[in-house]
Design a protein around this ligand. Structure first.
Ligand code: AMP
Ligand code: MN
Ligand code: MN
Ligand code: MN
Length: 275
């Protein structure tokens, strides 16, 4: 059984609409998936409907942005009630934060000759959470960078000229909100933060101390040795393991829904086991 618990759609920075993403994952042999868009549940209804139609298991998901010790962490929520009032309030706050940050970034882009960033983003993806990935696409389209990677490196990474710092929600609030809404809190892609070994372990132990449930061990870009290490670190912190590709777009050819190495079944969250 192929399971993927971390995927993005056009509700945030993914390239496929929710129903298209479900069909794409289905074609790649995925039997159970979670849609985990950045700070929004807007795609869940359409995705669930599409999943029902093709006989796939569907898990409600989200990827919450968190500010922790001055750094950003991503917390994947799984299996919560999407209409929960506490979660809705947190999403509203993060939407506001994203809107203000997008305005600041759009302003910073002006001195590089891109003057209409927000309206261009809105015209291609109405009603979505705007992320740095949307800005990266504009930067590439207008020839300021060869590809998204370069756009991040030159303009969008912390310390670069288009980056705007903002305050997401605290780690404890993300975990508590997801759990009160009936879901699990999962520390996303522990190797995805450019942290030193010490900082990664601090993130994992703070996450566990705040009551987090699990951590992603297998992702679309993790290698065997990172997975072994993540599994040991999760075990030490008494966290269960999850797995998700973090798929965003078919053009990322090295990454496909469901293409994940298996994790020892005794350490995984129940959603990742076959029954
Ligand atoms: P944000 O949450 O708005 O800061 O945007 C973060 C998103 O940008 C991530 O979820 C990725 O999809 C994308 N991203 C971050 N860093 C890079 C990078 N170096 N290259 C390409 N995409 C990136
Ligand atoms: Mn993303
Ligand atoms: Mn992430
Ligand atoms: Mn993600």
């Amino acid at each position: 059984m192929t399971i993927d618990l971390h995927l993005h759609s056009t509700a945030s920075d993914g390239a496929l609409r929710p129903a298209e993403l479900v069909a794409y994952a289905h074609r790649h042999g995925v039997h159970r998936m979670a849609l985990t868009d950045h700070d929004t549940v807007a795609g869940l209804h359409a995705a669930r409907t599409a999943a029902n139609q093709c006989g796939m298991d569907f898990v409600d998901g989200i990827e919450l942005s968190v500010t922790w010790r001055g750094r950003t962490l991503h917390i994947v929520g799984l299996g919560f009630t999407p209409t929960d009032a506490g979660l809705t309030a947190v999403i509203e706050r993060l939407t506001q934060t994203r809107r203000e940050r997008a305005e600041a970034m759009s302003h910073r882009l002006e001195r590089f000759g891109i003057t209409d960033a927000l309206s261009r983003i809105a015209s291609t993806t109405p009603q979505t959470q705007i992320t740095r990935a949307h800005f990266a696409r504009l930067i590439v389209e207008d020839g300021l960078a060869r590809n998204t990677r370069q756009a991040f490196k030159r303009y969008l990474a912390p310390g670069r000229p288009v980056h705007a710092t903002c305050r997401w929600i605290p780690l404890e609030q993300a975990i508590e909100t997801l759990q009160r809404a009936g879901g699990l809190a999962v520390l996303a892609h522990p190797f995805g933060y450019r942290f030193t070994h010490a900082w990664r372990n601090r993130a994992i132990s703070d996450f566990a101390a705040a009551g987090g449930d699990a951590m992603e061990v297998a992702t679309g870009v993790s290698d065997r040795s990172q997975e072994a290490q993540a599994l040991r670190e999760a075990g030490r912190a008494h966290l269960l393991a999850s797995a998700g590709s973090d798929f965003h777009a078919p053009e990322q050819r090295w990454l496909a829904p469901g293409r994940l190495r298996p994790i020892p079944p005794e350490q995984v969250i129940p959603l990742l086991s076959c029954s």
